[in-house]
Design a protein. Structure first.
Ligand code: ADP
Ligand code: ASP
Ligand code: MG
Length: 464
């Protein structure tokens, strides 16, 4: 985009910042006061745990499991109605109407006895639609769903890909006049729509992605991601209580961390901000005076204030991973097999997080997200299992991927040896390993029940 930067701040409030009326009010106050007079777009996630409840609700409805449907619906209704009542400003009416719509949607799914990816998105999107109404009431301003604001996607329900140029154009057209007039607005994170106006979702953790897309569209000053931790940490603080706050990291490092599950971030969340040069800051709603983590606008190079960068800055953990191995003696020395593997997965829109090939060339192992594993296996069987190509496609899905991330490891010998030495001392078996050619991370796959230990060992080895 060629437009000049505006002074707008895009702020995303995660589920923990939208837990109840009190945290929503706190978030609304931050949105209206912390930008020091600059225009603000608040992007909101569903209330904490509501996405999970809606996913279960859709599933239970499709099985006509009435007791579960009744319980989940009652929980979702009670939380939103209580918050709406406390917030006021028209929230009870708009929230009530939306909950009634959810009731009808669920009744429809029960009647048909089937939950299609499209209807699943319709159900799960209600979480962000509801929280948006609450935030708009608390901020006393206009609101939009992601689709109304201008984000259009393909029809890959559950993990839809934005049609980026069109979305950026439409977002600017819709939001800029509202900001010029009112200087604040709310947009639902995570949800968008197809070009025909059907609701889609961007994939789990997608609200961060929405915020960065809007930041890019408006050429915002900064994107702030408010959550319940001080910023991006050197590891998940629930696994490593002594995890350290990273005050400044590069986009390349942050994106690598996101790919490996740090903060359950959407793997593409930061790309639009990185591409359009919009700085991103992670901040704590419950400790706003903390400086948070700033993602500096520089690509592979280290931020200048760190003349001696740490070799490894963080140890993210991707919990729901799976390893798929394509094997067969006929693959040895046969050019093009790897290309066919990658092409067929790319066509099926399956993201590969790690690749390793044994030196014998008799097997290629890929690490992918667990929820895409069965589909990936079917695709690979269809395209590769035939005489003279692959003999077997095997799947191990009770695994986690762990990475040691840091741009300081580039050209620094011995990092891999330290990673594997530390893991071996704990007698943890490594299922697969990989290093990206950018030397930004070394990643490994271990059994799920050994993953937390492996993270702690690596954190102790490199970070302390
Ligand atoms: P939100 O609801 O705000 O989107 P998320 O659930 O996406 O929040 O992520 C916040 C949680 O992510 C934190 O409470 C923390 O436990 C966890 N987390 C995992 N890895 C990291 C990390 N590297 N840095 C910070 N938090 C992390
Ligand atoms: N509510 C969605 C989720 O839980 C999106 C988000 O929070 O970013 O995945
Ligand atoms: Mg999140």
């Amino acid at each position: 985009m060629t437009t000049t930067r505006t002074s707008t701040i895009v702020m995303k409030f995660g589920g923990t910042s939208m837990r109840d009326a009190e945290t929503i009010r706190k978030s609304a106050l931050l949105a209206t006061t912390s930008a020091e007079g600059r225009p603000v777009v608040a992007v909101v996630s569903a209330m904490d745990q509501v996405t999970e409840h809606l996913l279960d609700l859709g599933e239970a409805a499709s099985q006509d499991n009435r007791a579960t449907v009744y319980n989940l619906m009652a929980q979702v209704r009670a939380r939103h109605e209580t918050a709406a009542k406390a917030i006021g400003h028209g929230a009870p009416e708009s929230v009530g109407a939306m909950l009634d719509r959810l009731d009808r949607l669920v009744a429809g799914i029960s009647a048909v006895g089937e939950l299609t990816p499209r209807s699943k998105d319709a159900v799960v999107a209600v979480g962000e639609m509801l929280s948006t109404q609450l935030m708009a009431a608390a901020m006393n301003c206009r609101s939009f769903t992601g689709g109304q604001a201008g984000i259009v996607t393909d029809e890959a329900w559950g993990k839809a890909a934005p049609l980026m140029d069109l979305s950026l154009f439409q977002l600017k057209q819709t939001l800029q006049p509202v900001l010029d007039k009112d200087s604040r607005t709310v947009v639902s994170g995570f949800i968008a729509q197809t070009q025909h106006g059907v609701t889609t979702t961007l994939g789990r953790g997608g609200s961060d992605y929405t915020a960065c897309i809007i930041g890019a569209a408006l050429r915002a000053d900064e994107v702030w991601i408010w959550s319940d931790v001080d910023g991006l940490m050197s590891a998940d603080p629930r696994i490593v209580p002594g995890a350290k706050l990273l005050t400044e990291i590069t986009f390349a490092e942050a994106i690598e961390m996101g790919q490996f599950g740090a903060k359950s971030m959407h793997p593409l969340a930061l790309e639009p901000a990185a591409e359009h040069g919009i700085p991103v800051r992670f901040r704590n709603t419950f400790n706003p005076s903390s400086p948070g983590t700033r993602i500096a606008v520089c690509w592979l190079s280290e931020p200048t204030e760190h003349p001696e960068p740490e070799i490894v800055k963080s140890i993210p953990l991707l919990k729901s991973a799976a390893v798929i191995t394509v094997s067969g003696a006929a693959m040895i020395g046969r050019p093009g097999t790897a290309a066919r593997v990658f092409e067929s997965l790319a066509e099926a829109k399956i993201n590969i997080m790690m690749i390793s090939q044994s030196v014998s060339e008799a097997g290629i192992s890929l690490v992918i997200n667990k929820d895409q594993a069965e589909r990936a296996k079917a695709v690979l069987e269809r395209t590769l299992m035939r005489p003279g190509v692959a003999r077997a496609v095997t799947l191990v899905d009770d695994v986690c991927a762990i990475a040691a991330v840091g741009s300081g490891m580039a050209g620094h010998p011995g990092v891999a040896a330290r990673v594997f030495g530390a893991i071996a001392k704990k007698s943890i078996n490594i299922i697969a390993i990989a290093q990206g050619s950018s030397e930004l991370s070394i990643s490994l796959v271990v059994r799920a029940d050994q993953a937390a230990d492996a993270v702690r060992v690596l954190h102790g080895e490199f970070i302390g």
